[in-house]
Design a protein around this ligand. Structure first.
Ligand SMILES: Nc1ncnc2c1ncn2[C@@H]1O[C@H](COP(=O)(O)OP(=O)(O)OP(=O)(O)O)[C@@H](O)[C@H]1O
Ligand SMILES: [Mg+2]
Length: 347
């Protein structure tokens, strides 16, 4: 079929029309001279019409299908599909092709946007990681150099600098540990086993372990009255929920106000339990609120009494809850405090 062009199709159609008109004229002449019956002439004319229609229809069909198939082949090949193209000649084919090409173009644009986003994300991620590792590594380098340049023999500073170096190593180890958790969660290799456990018991244990830290920062850590009387059974991975509570409570302490408080509340919400960690700390400006769950995202450090977080805590919290099929949200007013809420399925 190669070489079929609009001109060739027009020529073939013209030949068909020419032959048809010759036949029609011959029939009309014969009918007029009485050689054949007028009814027979009409019947033959109709037959010629049908044959012409079929011939033109076939020429046009072959031409359009040839061309359209090429378009579909290109689309399918790019999409990785090899399935057969079926064209309904009774339909407005050009409109149908136009629609399919537009849909294809939209999906291509979407794919390109996703790839671009992933690329930006990757670049940002590497940039952030390098930035986070730079500070502790430079600190350690500085401490070691000071020790090597004579500090080692100075009993005043040798132990102090070694302790500082060790603290920076801990910070790096913590960062890598957090990254490991996030990566595993994102690739789905971190197993979450949903088993029934007593949420209140977990909350009390976590509060107890964080009590000394809260006391040092003069934060009053409390459980909302009324919920500490009973047991609250939920489904989840209790060690991961401890991590969620720890991250949220530690944040409430780190970004709390002097002599502030943190309150943990539990509410019954039909099939789920709603847990809230509320503080009256520095709060978060609305412009940052939607982004605090992103990896490495931190609101201006200078505002808080605490410095040195890597901005991974809430990203981990969000991942853990999502892997439980649950969600987390935050409401906050700058200068007044923040409340983080999440749900857990009742056991
Ligand atoms: N309770 C809170 N009150 C005010 N700001 C908060 C609170 N919790 C989180 N934030 C803000 O959100 C940012 C992200 O919190 P996230 O826990 O993810 O990171 P981080 O605490 O900075 O570091 P990390 O938890 O990894 O040590 C924080 O840097 C802080 O600016
Ligand atoms: Mg944190």
């Amino acid at each position: 079929m190669a070489g079929r062009t609009p001109r060739a199709v027009a020529a073939q159609t013209a030949i068909t029309a020419g032959i048809a008109s010759l036949v029609a004229t011959a029939l009309a002449t014969q009918a007029a001279s009485g050689e054949i019956q007028p009814l027979m002439s009409l019947g033959s004319g109709a037959l010629v019409g049908v044959i012409c229609f079929l011939l033109v229809y076939r020429q046009l069909g072959l031409y359009i299908q040839d061309r359209v198939r090429i378009i579909y082949k290109t689309i399918r090949r790019l999409k990785g599909s090899t399935s057969h193209v079926h064209l309904d000649m009774g339909q407005d084919i050009i409109e149908q092709v136009n629609h399919d090409v537009m849909t294809w173009a939209d999906s291509q644009i979407e794919e390109i946007t996703t790839l671009r986003e992933a690329d930006t994300f990757r670049k940002e991620f590497i940039g952030n990681l390098a930035h986070e590792l730079k500070t502790p590594i430079f600190n350690i380098q500085g401490f070691i150099l000071t020790l090597l340049e004579g500090g080692l023999n100075d009993p005043e500073i040798n132990r102090k600098f070694l302790l500082k170096a060790a603290k920076n190593v801990d910070r790096m180890a913590g960062l890598l540990e957090d990254l490991d958790v996030i990566t595993k969660m994102e690739s789905g290799t971190l197993d979450i086993e949903l088993v029934p456990f007593d949420l209140l018991e977990i909350i009390r244990e976590t509060m107890e372990s964080l009590e000394p830290k809260a006391r040092r920062s003069e934060i009053d850590l409390r459980l909302k009255k009324g919920v500490d009387a009973s047991q609250i059974m939920v489904k989840g991975d209790s060690s991961k929920i401890v991590q969620v509570l720890t991250n949220l409570i530690v944040n409430s302490i780190n970004y709390g106000s002097e002599e502030g408080h943190t309150e943990i509340r539990c509410y019954d919400a039909d099939d789920a339990i709603l847990v809230e960690v509320a503080d009256n700390g520095i709060g978060i400006n609305e412009s940052h609120l939607a982004r605090v769950f992103e990896r490495f995202y931190r609101v201006d450090k200078s505002r808080s009494r605490h410095a040195g977080g890597s901005g991974l805590g809430l990203a981990i919290v969000k991942h853990i809850l999502e892997s439980h099929g649950q969600t987390i949200s935050v409401r906050s007013t700058e200068g007044e405090g923040s409340t983080f809420s999440f749900t857990l399925e009742k056991a």
